[in-house]
Write a protein that binds this ligand. Structure first.
Ligand code: PEP
Ligand code: MN
Length: 338
């Protein structure tokens, strides 16, 4: 059920609807929009009687939601969500750029790359302290030491820190050191982790699972939102197909397809989709051309020495060139050709 408030409904009208919802043992999710507030209702097993709400002051209509997702949907909020991360944002008019190494390897490495990311005008620095590696013998990340380095990078540069939490205890740690929680592709259906992120005060970057459908991905976002955290950014990072020429296949159609359904911002990760450095720039261009709200890019000052994902890492010089090109596409000053 979705309660649409009248455009002139007051804050106390909204509070009264929320109170009635809570009294019924259900959960209210008020999402203010530019023109009106809508209030999503979750927690009901069966159907909720709309008349209980239609009689309340300031209510325009009560709509039954037949789709599997409620809170991510455009039914609840007509205009795009802008996720604010301190004084930076994802989903507004600017193109958000999140860049940095796959993994934090040392203080020197993190600071060297952060300097270039900062110079490019990007507002976000990425880097894994906890790495979800396919092999248990591969480098697993520096753990808390990596998080401490990230905090130092934030203090020195003002960049917002985006880093992955692999489990619920990891969210506790990321909350202490970073600005945005990344949930990796392999964890997209880790429902207890999603719920924990949903109880966090930090925004969440939710990667699409390796072979997740759009519905599964949006329902994963719904898991976070149902717990009360509405600051979710979706990230298309490629899905598994029969292609051999790329690590995954970047599903560029997912960006306009998500826009048809959801108000959440969506960014593109060309690095993991590509798996090879020469493909990162063309895929980044494609992502921006189809309307992504931002990019997340892996950059390394010495890709040949990288402890993870070196083959897809681009150098600071290549990164600088990429940023100039995607900004020009976004500004409409060059044709959006790939
Ligand atoms: C990463 O960002 O380094 C990462 C592991 O990404 P994904 O979860 O998309 O594989
Ligand atoms: Mn990586």
């Amino acid at each position: 059920m979705l309660i649409v408030m009248k455009t002139d409904a007051t804050q106390s009208d909204i509070e009264e609807v929320v109170r009635v919802i809570n009294e019924m043992g259900l959960r209210a999710h008020p999402l203010p929009g530019a023109l009106r507030t809508a209030i999503g209702i979750t927690g009901n097993q069966g159907v909720v009687d709309p008349t209980a709400f239609e009689i309340l002051h300031g209510v325009s209509e009560a709509i039954r939601v037949s789709k599997p997702y409620k809170l991510v949907s455009l039914d609840l909020r007509l205009e795009k969500t802008v996720v604010r991360v301190g004084d930076a944002a994802i989903g507004d008019d600017s193109l958000a750029i999140i860049a940095g190494p796959c993994a934090i390897e040392s203080r020197e490495q993190a600071f060297a790359i952060a300097k270039d990311v900062h110079r490019s005008g990007a507002r976000f620095f990425r880097g894994g302290a906890f790495k979800p590696r396919s092999s248990p013998y591969a480098f697993q990340g520096l753990g808390e030491e990596g998080l401490r380095i990230l905090t130092e990078v934030r203090e020195a540069t003002g960049l917002k820190i985006v880093t992955e939490a692999l489990d619920e205890a990891g969210v506790d740690l990321v909350e202490r050191h970073a600005d945005m929680i990344q949930i990796g592709a392999r964890n997209m259906q880790n429902y207890s982790l999603l719920r924990r992120a949903g109880r966090s005060h930090l925004p969440v970057l939710l990667k699409r699972g390796l072979s997740a459908t759009l519905d599964e991905w949006l329902l994963a976002a719904e898991y976070i939102m149902v717990e009360g955290n509405y600051n979710v950014v979706l990230c298309e990072r490629g899905v598994r197909t029969f292609a051999q020429h790329t690590r995954y296949t970047l599903d560029v159609a997912a960006i306009p397809a998500v826009r048809q359904i959801s108000h959440l911002p969506i960014v593109v990760d060309p690095s993991h989709a590509a798996g090879k450095n020469y493909l990162v720039k063309p895929l980044a261009r494609a992502g921006v051309a189809v309307g992504a709200d931002g990019l997340i890019i892996e950059v390394h000052d010495h890709p040949e020495r990288a402890l993870s994902d070196g083959a897809q890492a681009i150098t600071p010089e290549e990164y600088e060139d990429l940023v100039a090109e995607v900004r020009a596409i976004r500004a409409g000053s060059v044709p959006a050709m790939v």
